[in-house]
Write a protein that binds this ligand. Structure first.
Ligand SMILES: [Zn+2]
Length: 380
């Protein structure tokens, strides 16, 4: 079945304006497994847009060769609202400028409404329960009547992803190495994805407040299994946020290689026929997110990094110095920003001027950090 492309409209937010999504569909609707891959929900995270361009070309070739065996949904840009948000010639794609907040927060929480809909219909058959839960999830989303353009976007995307076996949300960091986020239930289940992409870190976070896109589809399964312990409910949606390095890491070479890696994941998981070849050796073990130190600025200033991206650092190492341009004595105008763990310098801030409280570095260690437990670990 050749690729189909839909262009569903979003609800109009203002008179005279209209936006739409583009959705590429491969394989027979309803075929299993199903994968859903979207790009740039944070609309200014450009690497994902180019990866989807390459992945679409690779899938077109696989389709022409008759190799598509599952169902694959590709959303080449997930956020047309954010793609248009420029302020003084700067792209502002992370937050909705109309004050609706971070585009990757507050996705529909499907757990309670789905639990209500299941009432008494679960059985001892895990496969049948998966089908029941997926149906209840779809009905829950179908019942939502979006009032705004952004709500309409969320519902459109969620309806495509909600019944997938594999959901990949492609993002990037500021300056960073390749890494991904998922929930603990999906490690080591996604070790193939991490190895193919060459992830330098795999960060595991318990579902928490904030409701990012990836957790909206993976977390309900875990919570339903806990709510109904007498019935088998497997974690049937493997969902991950992939951080495609830094925002300036955009090239055909990188994106082409990343898309080829994703195609091998789809082959290995039985969505596309053909030999994916041997799985590359993993470059990282999984780490709990509370073992990643995020270093913040104590004040405003100019950042001078002392350590390169990808360096192994020790607790107490100076990662950057923060220079106060208002200091009377330049010798006293420097403050050190120090790692509180041993580990890999995974990410740095791209812009070298920062206000108080901004994240300027992430160091992935292997021990839980007291200041990272029990709180809100997502970065807004
Ligand atoms: Zn992002």
């Amino acid at each position: 079945m050749p690729r189909r492309t839909d262009r569903p409209p979003l609800p109009s937010q203002a008179p005279g304006t209209a936006r739409s999504l583009t959705i590429h569909r491969y394989g027979t609707p309803g075929a299993r497994p199903k994968a859903y891959v979207q790009a740039a929900l944070h609309a200014d995270e450009t690497p994902a847009l180019l990866v989807q361009h390459h992945l679409t070309r690779l899938l077109d070739d696989a389709d022409a060769a008759g190799e598509i065996t599952g169902e694959i949904v590709i959303v080449p840009y997930a956020n047309p609202i954010g793609l248009a948000q420029f302020l003084n010639a700067r792209h502002m794609g992370r937050h909705e400028l109309g004050s609706a907040g971070n585009f990757n927060r507050n996705w529909p929480d499907l757990f309670e409404p789905v639990a209500d809909r299941l009432g008494g219909r679960l059985t001892a058959d895990a496969e049948a329960n998966v089908a029941l839960v997926r149906k209840a999830m779809a009905e829950t989303l179908e019942a939502r009547k979006p009032g705004t353009e952004l709500e309409g976007l969320r519902v459109l995307l969620a309806r495509e992803a909600v019944d997938a076996d594999l959901v990949l949300d492609l993002h990037c960091d500021d300056e960073a190495l390749m890494h991904l986020f998922t929930i603990p239930a999906h490690w080591p289940g996604c070790a193939d994805l991490a190895a193919e992409l060459g992830c330098r870190a795999v960060l595991l976070a318990d579902p928490a407040s904030g409701n990012p896109f990836d957790e909206a589809f993976s977390a309900p399964w875990i919570r339903l299994a806990a709510r109904f312990p007498d019935h088998p409910i497997p974690p049937a949606c493997l969902s991950a946020t992939v951080e495609l390095r830094g925002s300036a890491d955009v090239s055909d070479e990188l994106a082409g290689a990343d898309a080829a890696a994703l195609l091998r994941v789809l082959r290995r998981r039985g969505l596309v026929a053909g030999d994916p070849g041997p799985l590359p050796a993993p470059l990282a073990e999984a780490t709990r997110l509370d073992a990643m130190d995020t270093l913040n600025t104590p004040a405003a200033g100019v950042l001078s990094y002392k350590v390169a991206l990808g360096a192994e650092v020790a607790e107490g190492d100076v990662i950057a110095e923060l220079i106060d341009p208002a200091a009377g004595d330049p010798a006293e105008g420097r403050r050190r920003i120090v790692s509180r763990t041993d580990g890999l310098l995974l990410a740095r801030r791209l812009h070298r001027y920062a206000l108080p409280g901004m994240t300027v570095a992430k160091v992935v260690g292997n021990r839980t950090l007291p200041h990272r437990t029990g709180g809100y670990l997502l970065e807004d």
